[in-house]
Design a binder for this molecule. Structure first.
Ligand SMILES: [Zn+2]
Length: 227
């Protein structure tokens, strides 16, 4: 009757949040399951239909195997839905007293914009300042891969990478910067062809000016990997 009433609520909330997370990550697969009578039609048949709606002949020699190829390549380009970022990071966390900035820059990124399903691609720069735990360095590009191989917007991708690191090791802070070019803008002539979009997510001490500036200056230094 006292504090006992407040306790069960966060637990229930947590379960609901987990269920929502799972629902979101499975959204694509679910949409296929509860559709409107198209579930009997194979993905390849749907692509064949799209090709003919575009005014092409899906029976033309060069297009015969296209539905199969597109199905395969789309599965590859969205395979991040089947991967669990928490699981990837959990296997590579180490106790370490290091408390300087850890920075992994120029991580190649290829994703699909969720508005046009056209590629956007570029470089991701990730930094954090540990607080007792570090992440195996190879896992950071893996993390970028898991979130980018989904239908995305650049802003959310940036935020998800930062949040995943924050949740995994609760560091002093995390910074993520993505510079990307969007084919939906470039091919459709909306923006100048060589313009790029820059997004950033700053968590914890990266919100402080000095830390953020140190990170950004390290990102801009060409080839600062060595001594
Ligand atoms: Zn787009």
């Amino acid at each position: 009757m006292f504090g006992s009433e407040t306790r069960p609520i966060p637990q229930g909330e947590r379960i609901r949040t987990m269920a929502q997370t799972i629902a979101v990550s499975k959204a694509i697969h679910r949409a296929v399951e509860i559709d409107d009578g198209l579930s009997e039609i194979s993905t390849q048949e749907l692509y064949r239909k799209i090709i003919s709606r575009l005014g092409e002949d899906p029976g033309r020699q060069g297009l015969l195997a296209t539905p199969a190829r597109v199905e395969k390549s789309m599965a590859y380009l969205t395979r991040g839905y089947d991967e669990d970022p928490t699981k990837i990071l959990r296997g590579a966390l180490f106790d370490e007293d290091y408390d300087e900035m850890v920075i992994v820059k120029d991580i190649e990124m290829f994703s699909l914009c969720e508005h046009h399903m056209l590629p956007f691609f570029g470089k991701v720069h990730v930094a954090y300042i540990p607080k007792g735990k570090v992440i195996g360095l190879s896992k950071i590009p893996r993390l970028v891969e898991v979130f980018s191989r989904r239908l995305q917007v650049q802003e959310r991708l940036t935020r998800q990478i930062a949040d995943a690191i924050q949740d995994a090791i609760a560091p002093q802070g995390v910074g993520v910067v993505i510079e990307a070019r969007h084919l939906c803008m470039m091919m459709r002539g909306i923006e100048k062809q060589n313009s790029s979009t820059v997004t950033s997510a700053m968590v914890g001490c990266f919100r402080q000016k000095e830390t953020r500036l140190e990170f950004l200056s390290l990102v801009r230094q060409p080839g600062s990997g060595g001594a």
